[in-house]
Design a protein around this ligand. Structure first.
Ligand SMILES: Nc1nc2c(ncn2[C@@H]2O[C@H](COP(=O)(O)OP(=O)(O)OP(=O)(O)O)[C@@H](O)[C@H]2O)c(=O)[nH]1
Length: 766
């Protein structure tokens, strides 16, 4: 026996989770605070997966924030992806809540008085649950660690904390206030007092399976989430049908339940040591058979590892004594150390089993869900990343095109501006020349225009003034309409050509999508071009003073004037006026026709010269002596008869002219004088008028060009704004794809973490 004890001690000290030591009085102490306890697998796994889920929580929240930022109108996250990712926030929170509550649960079943409560108390190192002879436990009692490290209890559905001492009454079948057998009482016990509770093991005591017909309800309510079942049997008898029946039911509802069988009250064998081994073998075989063949929850070899022969009462007693707590019966039967070691062995195997099972059943599922969440979020982020990358590529291309278009527009605009400037300048010069030429030509035919005017002419002053004004209007209208006729359509056509070319070229440099809007503005004006000039004959001829006094054509004064006029003309031709640039062809039309010469006597040049000098001298001296000298000279030269005939003819000519000096003749003279005067004045404004017209053309073309430039400017401003928008979009997409990539990488990291978790806690755990 001593050898068996020593072997057991050395085996447990070497492999087991607890430090085991033999005390002087022969009792054994096991240090339950060993950090290498198999339960630590669950504890570490729980902490690890909790940490991972904290990260998953942060990750999902970050992903939601990101998705919000990139969703909405023109967003790159679809509402579906957004909704999916958002839904994971609550899912992860729910998993974290479950994780917080996740624990290892062991449920104890067996017939009444087999010692279930005593086993639990022994495992907890204290007498916490009521135990005693007869039917004691009347409801389910769940012992779990207290978060506040205080001992208290709660009944099902009630938050009130009750004194833990009352568990003896409340959970006791003999108690006055009896609870339903299916109801649950939570007993919270300070974690620091028990390693099992500290490591999140929850122990559930039950009423005897032989005292209830509600086994199915029990199973549904308390067994489905249990990691380990302990069947507490009575070693003094064999397994009963009620016990077996219960576990048959359990195994139909739970696949491969972990079942331990404790043959309790093995201390009774001490009274009959000769049959001890036989009974043990018999019980063990039946239990192995039950687990492996009947329930098929494990192999026979595994079943052997799940069957123990213990005395819970002795184990509890030993542990109470270790804690120096008062015990009722301090005497232990022969072989109690062996039974105690077997109890400790049970605990070790139970801890290994429950830890591995709980990690597998609870955390494998969480890990799987965590991976799915990370994978789903990553897929959504992948889609966002892909959309962002695609859109970014499109925007970069758009940016390139806009850049090219803007540079091309700028380049072409510079060329067109230069060319159009030249064209406008050429056109302006051409118009100036054309207007100048046309106006000069019209001035030359002014006499015809004036002759066309017909109205009653009366030499009296008021009538004459009225005639003059009417003639002004006639000349203005006539000249105006002639110029319009000759210039407007001509210049207008030329301008249309230039404007059309200008518009077309400007239109063509616009990008195609801007042309439609610009087309309306580019259509050249529909009004025909009209040369604008102002001929105001009232002002122009304000200084015109007609001379309608009768003058004999061959009077001495007229002859002298004609003679002087010839000289003056010669002088004028030698010194042309400086203020006009009218070509030589546009010389003023002569106002007076040349005087008739046929009636004059034929004289030699010297005689005419002498005669003239005398006549001139006579007239200018105004003296009688002059006249006498002239008469004497004539008498001496031509003789008196010739002189008489000439005198008669001269007189007749005078009489004729005097008689024909009518209003008609006066009108002719008036018109001649008017033509001469108006022509002279009009010639003075030729340059000004042509400059005005060319300026008008220049204005018209420049305005049109400026309008087109403005249009281009508007288009390029729009394009600049568009370019800026594209740049912003590229930046946004860049940021989005970078963030999506980072978050995607984090999903990879989390999946990797879960892989590591599975590698560490699940894969070698099967
Ligand atoms: N001799 C001996 N008595 C034990 C042992 N275990 C428990 N008992 C006694 O058996 C009686 C019943 O023990 P309980 O722990 O109350 O049994 P139970 O299975 O919880 O009973 P119910 O609560 O009624 O279902 C008590 O008086 C215990 O002291 C043991 O190993 N040896």
């Amino acid at each position: 026996m001593a050898a068996y004890v020593n072997r057991t001690i050395s085996m447990m000290a070497g492999d087991g989770p607890h430090n085991v030591s033999m005390l002087n009085n022969g009792s054994v102490r096991v240090n339950m605070q060993n950090v290498d306890s198999p339960l630590q697998i669950f504890v570490r796994a729980k902490k690890k997966i909790n940490d991972i889920f904290v990260e998953i929580d942060d990750y999902v929240k970050d992903a939601v924030t990101f998705m919000h930022a990139v969703s909405g109108e023109n967003g790159i996250a679809t509402p579906q992806d957004m909704g999916n990712v958002e839904s994971y926030v609550s899912k992860v929170e729910a998993i974290r809540e479950v994780l917080k509550r996740d624990h290892m649960k062991v449920a104890f079943f067996g017939r009444t008085s087999n010692g279930k409560s005593t086993v639990i108390n022994a495992m907890l190192h204290d007498k916490i649950l009521p135990s005693g002879i007869g039917h004691t436990t009347n409801c389910f009692l769940q012992v779990e660690g207290s978060d506040t490290n205080e001992a208290y209890m709660r009944t099902e559905g009630c938050e009130e904390k009750l004194n833990v001492q009352s568990v003896s009454q409340l959970g006791h079948a003999l108690c006055a206030t009896r609870l339903q057998e299916c109801s649950l009482v939570h007993v919270h016990w300070p974690r620091e007092l028990c390693a099992l509770l500290r490591d999140d093991v929850v122990l559930v005591d039950s009423p005897g399976v032989d005292v209830t017909p509600n086994l199915d309800t029990w199973i549904d309510k308390y067994c489905l989430d249990a990691d380990v079942f302990v069947l507490v049997a009575n070693a003094e008898s064999t397994l009963m049908v009620t016990e077996k029946n219960f576990f048959h039911k359990v195994s139909t509802k739970i696949s491969q339940p972990n079942i331990f069988i404790l043959n309790n009250r093995w201390d009774a064998s001490a009274s009959e040591p000769e049959y001890m081994e036989q009974v043990r073998t018999q019980h063990a075989n039946r239990c192995v058979d039950f687990l492996s063949r009947e329930l098929r929850v494990c192999s026979p070899k595994e079943a052997e590892e799940r069957i123990f022969f213990i005395s819970a009462k002795e184990a509890l007693l030993t542990r109470m004594r270790d804690r120096e707590k008062p015990v009722s019966s301090p005497i232990l039967a022969e072989g109690h150390q062996v039974r105690y070691f077997e109890f400790v062995d049970f605990e070790r195997k139970f801890e290994e089993c429950i830890s591995q099972s709980a990690v597998r059943t609870k955390f494998a599922q969480h890990s799987r869900r965590g991976k799915n969440i990370a994978g789903d979020v990553m897929a959504a982020l992948d889609r966002v990343y892909n959309i962002a990358t695609e859109q970014k590529a499109a925007k970069v291309e758009k940016q390139r095109i806009l850049h090219e278009q803007l540079s091309s527009i700028e380049e072409q605009l510079t060329t067109i501006t230069r060319q159009m400037k030249d064209k406008i300048n050429r056109m302006v010069e051409s118009v100036e020349h054309k207007v100048s030429l046309t106006l000069s030509q019209e001035i030359r035919r002014l006499s015809a225009l004036v002759d066309e005017y017909e109205s009653e002419f009366r030499p009296e002053r008021p009538a004459l003034e009225q005639y003059k004004r009417a003639l002004h209007r006639h000349v203005e209208a006539g000249l105006g309409s002639r110029l319009k006729k000759r210039l407007s359509s001509d210049i207008g056509n030329e301008m249309d050509v230039v404007q059309k070319e200008m518009a077309e070229r400007m239109y063509n440099i616009l990008p195609t999508n801007k042309r439609a809007a610009a087309a309306n503005y580019i259509i050249p004006h529909q009004q025909p071009f009209e040369v604008l000039y102002r001929l105001n004959c009232d002002n122009l001829c304000a200084d015109f003073n007609e001379d309608l006094s009768f003058r004999f054509s061959y009077g001495i004064t007229a002859l002298i004037q004609r003679f002087q006029g010839k000289n003056t003309n010669r002088i004028a031709l030698n010194n042309p006026p400086q203020y006009t640039q009218i070509p030589a062809s546009i010389t003023p039309v002569s106002a007076l026709p040349p005087a008739p010469r046929a009636a004059l006597p034929v004289l030699s040049a010297e005689e005419w010269g002498l005669l003239s000098k005398f006549a001139l001298g006579a007239l200018t001296s105004q003296g009688t002596m002059g006249g006498l000298l002239l008469s004497g000279l004539l008498l001496k030269t031509v003789g008196w008869r010739v002189l008489a005939v000439t005198g008669l003819a001269y007189g007749a000519l005078y009489a004729y002219e005097r008689l024909t000096w009518t209003a008609k003749a006066q009108e002719r003279v008036f018109k001649r004088q008017y033509v001469a005067h108006a022509g002279k004045k009009l010639r003075l404004i030729v340059d000004l008028t042509s400059a005005n017209c060319s300026h008008q053309v220049q204005q018209e073309l420049s305005t049109m060009f400026a309008r087109l430039c403005r249009l281009i400017d508007e288009a390029t401003t729009e394009m600049d704004a568009e370019l800026s928008g594209v740049r912003d979009a590229i930046k946004m997409l860049d940021d989005a794809s970078t963030s999506a990539k980072k978050l995607r990488n984090k999903a990879n990291y989390l999946s990797h973490e879960l892989e590591l978790f599975e590698e560490a806690f699940l894969k070698h755990n099967n």
